[in-house]
Design a protein around this ligand. Structure first.
Ligand code: BTN
Length: 281
């Protein structure tokens, strides 16, 4: 893959360690120059008994994973690529609550650090002005109906110059492109994870009301016409809301309410194939 390197400053690991010292993520932080995928490494660590709150951060991934078997591409040294591993006592059908919490923490962290408020494109993407800023990939291991561990990976375009994004498709953007400012990746990472630490406690305590509301307020799809693709069908509809099970509720062309648990969504005017960060189908 012919990605142009970005010679930004290396991540200042000490700043991140210091910032997260007393948080859930303070006890087992792993920083790597290059890994296949931070999610994969986090999974391996989980399987060998790593504690809940393990954090894996990398400057570069050789096999970064996106949703639906796609690749996640990011030039080295410019963006944020990290995964957290958690061992919550939750059912597998509640895992989406953790992804929701990470999306909202990312939005709050970005807003604090960069002064912009990205939106969520259900289920797992972050967008700014209809361009993709980042994406999340959650993976879990379960026994019976309960989670043994869950990995939440976030890839965020931070200081990547969109001029180098030919491979990424024209819908990608970065925080630098949106703000015109070089962003401190350390402050951003610490900010997001501190906020997530507190949101995570709320999720575990079942205090979800505010989060569902925030999720809907931050949903860029609500009220918009979309095209949906599932493994078995394609349909058009207008998005009404995201419900408490994490499903997308849409009104289809025949005026029927439909509950969508999983689908590829494209918006009018945005080419589905170009969505993502150089993702390849
Ligand atoms: C998507 O938009 O399809 C989700 C992208 C998730 C990418 C992140 S980068 C850090 C973590 N490690 C991976 O291999 N994937 C996630």
């Amino acid at each position: 893959m012919n990605m142009l390197p970005v010679m930004d400053n290396a991540l200042q690991v000490d700043i991140v360690k210091h910032g997260l010292n007393w948080s859930l993520f303070g006890s087992n932080m792993i920083f790597e120059q290059k890994v296949a995928s931070t999610n994969t490494l986090a999974k391996e660590l989980a399987a060998s008994g790593a504690p809940s709150g393990t954090l894996v951060v990398a400057e570069e991934q050789s096999a970064g994973k996106g949703r639906l078997g796609r690749k996640w591409l990011s030039p080295p040294g410019a963006n944020l690529l990290f995964s957290v591993m958690l061992r919550p006592h939750v059912r597998t059908d509640e895992v989406f609550q953790l992804t929701m919490a990470m999306a909202l923490a990312a939005i709050a962290g970005i807003s604090e650090t960069c002064g912009i408020h990205p939106m969520i494109k259900w289920p797992n993407d972050l967008y700014a002005h209809d361009k993709k800023l980042g994406g999340m990939l959650s993976e879990f291991c379960a026994r019976d109906k309960f989670v043994e561990y869950v990995i939440i990976g976030l890839g965020l375009n931070v200081n990547w110059n969109p001029e180098t994004r030919q491979l990424a498709g024209y819908t990608a953007t970065s925080l630098r492109a949106e703000t015109g400012l070089k962003i401190s990746r350390e402050d951003l990472l610490v900010g997001i994870l501190k906020i997530f630490d507190s949101y995570y406690n709320d999720v575990l305590a079942g205090n979800l009301e505010d989060y569902y509301e925030k999720w809907n307020r931050s949903s860029m799809l609500n009220g918009r016409r979309v095209k949906l693709r599932t493994p078995t069908q394609r349909m058009y509809g207008k998005v009404i809301r995201i419900d408490r099970n994490g499903a997308l509720i849409i009104l289809d062309n025949k005026g029927r309410e439909r509950i969508i648990l999983s689908a590829e969504i494209s918006l009018d005017g945005i080419d589905d194939e170009a969505l993502g960060n150089g993702t390849t189908p």
